[in-house]
Design a protein around this ligand. Structure first.
Ligand code: AHR
Length: 511
């Protein structure tokens, strides 16, 4: 190593400190009928790379590289006004509808069968949402019948007639979306929503007992009903549902970049609060079931730049919230993923919102190229390497003062251990903006010595650097060759300011 950093953060990595197993559904994403996520995002029949079904081949390739294993669909706010029947059957007789959520014209050229066909070809698990805004029990159970019953009933036979001979077999279902939000079509109270969700869920499970259900938690932790909403909803739904949802979007506010870089602290407290609330309901109900969480919308989103849906002109496929992400945003996304990993004991599902164009890690131009945003890289590399058991690591090192969250560790980190191969993956963010940060991780209690396989880093002299159509690879992960395991069995690395790293270690006695 060359220059010694001024400050060092220390952790201990011990195989006995397992806190949970990474559910692969933690690396989910989200496709909503919003802006250009579907049309000219994943789907563009006139594009030179389009497949026989009209889906873009270049975007499909990037989705594969991103490594997402689960995709939520079709909304989002969109689902609360959606008639799923509009999106099935012959495409040329599907109605053009006014979508109230985003004041857009929905052509319905992509619907249930097209999306689920795409998901199957992509090798991703679908997570479907039903409309509990303008519709209810009957439309929800009909959709499950359409998707999951092999045949011999009106809705399943209709699917077969539409060309989908085999059932789609969708296992994961969201009972509505953000029903606590005044912006939501059909916004309601926790008790009313909870009763409807329980009854819709019951009917859906009567159609297919193998499905899993997600009830809506709060739209974010700042909602006035936060906490009470979860308590009341869970009181109504506890026995019927398998997961409670969380949503959160982060952005730099009032120039507080230190606070933005510490967004994981907010996510961490948010998850802990919901775990406590769910466990309170469990205790009151004397239930043995421990509710799992589905963080099915999270990302960096510059919401302050969004004019609000009422200000939008009525258009088909408008450009909505196509945020361009920077190195700083990538560090925050990487850090939020670490927070999710550190709650792997309760958070089973998480969806980066969204997948393409609409605050997506992938961007595409109509008739043009597609490229990876900066945030693509921490997601793809975490999804690829952070598998197995999450190990508890306590950081001891310098703190950073933030306006929003008080003092936070300069080092944000998470470690996973692959029990099969013994491979360790250490993820690390230096939240500091000025100085390099030393990382020293004592590898304790392992039978083998470890070696560094690879250290990849996102960092840049300009923390606002971004990837664009003209310069799509301005920010890419680059290898760091100086990182090593010392003779004393300590991983030693230097993390530049506002950087994200993945450090892969393998036992020396394994190839
Ligand atoms: O992802 C964009 C929107 O954010 C979703 O439609 C909604 O659920 C959330 O408020």
């Amino acid at each position: 190593m060359t220059d010694q950093p001024a400050a060092t953060a220390r952790v201990t990595i011990d195989p006995d400190f397992g806190l949970g197993t990474v559910d692969p559904r933690l690396y989910g994403t989200f496709v909503e009928h919003m802006g250009r996520c579907v049309y000219t995002g994943i789907y563009e029949p006139a594009h030179s790379t389009a497949d026989a079904h009209g889906f873009r081949g270049d975007v499909a390739e990037l989705v594969r590289e991103l490594g997402t294993g689960l995709v939520r669909y079709p909304g989002g706010n969109f689902v609360s006004g959606y008639h799923w029947e509009d999106g099935v059957g012959p495409a040329d007789s599907r109605p053009r509808r006014l979508d109230l959520a985003w004041r857009s014209i929905e052509t319905n050229q992509v619907g249930t069968d097209e999306f689920l066909g795409w998901a199957r070809r992509q090798g991703v698990e679908p997570m479907m949402a039903v409309n509990l805004g303008t519709r209810g029990i009957d439309a929800a159970r009909a959709l499950v019948e359409y998707c999951n019953i092999p045949g011999g009933t009106a809705w399943s036979d209709l699917r077969v007639r539409h060309g989908a001979r085999d059932p789609h077999d969708v296992k994961l279902w969201c009972l509505g979306n953000e029903m606590d939000g005044p912006w939501q079509t059909g916004h309601t109270t926790a008790v009313e929503y909870g009763r409807l969700a329980a009854q819709a869920g019951k009917a859906m499970r009567q159609v297919d007992p193998s499905i899993e259900l997600v009830a809506c938690g709060s739209s974010n932790a700042e909602m006035p009903t936060f906490g009470e909403w979860e308590r009341e909803v869970l009181h109504e739904t506890y026995d019927e549902v398998d997961y409670l949802s969380l949503h959160a979007y982060y952005e730099e506010k009032d120039g507080d970049r230190a606070g933005f870089l510490a967004s994981g602290a907010q996510m961490d407290a948010y998850i802990s609060d919901i775990v406590a609330t769910a466990d309170h309901v469990r205790a009151v109900r004397r239930s043995r079931k421990r509710m799992k969480l589905s963080f099915d919308e999270w990302n960096v989103w510059y919401q302050s730049r969004f004019p609000g849906e009422r200000a939008l002109p009525l258009e088909e496929t408008p450009r909505l919230i196509e945020d361009t992400y920077s190195v700083t945003d990538a560090a925050v996304v990487g850090s939020l993923l670490m927070t999710l990993l550190r709650h792997a004991d309760r958070v089973a599902i998480a969806c980066l919102a969204q997948l393409v164009n609409v605050i997506g890690p992938i961007r595409s131009e109509p008739g043009g190229p597609s490229w990876r945003q900066t945030t693509f890289h921490p997601f793809a590399l975490t999804a690829k390497y952070a598998r197995g058991t999450v190990l508890r690591t306590e950081v001891s090192g310098p703190l950073i003062e933030t306006r929003q969250y008080g003092p936070v560790d300069a080092l944000d980190t998470a470690t996973t251990l692959d029990p099969e191969t013994g491979a360790l993956t250490v993820l690390a963010v230096n939240r500091g903006q000025e100085h390099d940060l030393g990382l020293r991780a004592a590898l304790r209690g392992f039978a083998s010595r470890y070696r560094v396989v690879e250290h990849l880093m996102i960092a840049d002299a300009d923390p606002d650097a971004a990837n664009t159509e003209e310069n799509p690879d301005r920010v890419t992960p680059r290898p760091v060759r100086e990182t090593r395991v010392t003779g004393d069995g300590e991983l030693e690395a230097v993390l530049p300011p506002v950087s994200w790293s993945v450090i892969r270690l393998a036992p020396e006695d394994r190839a």
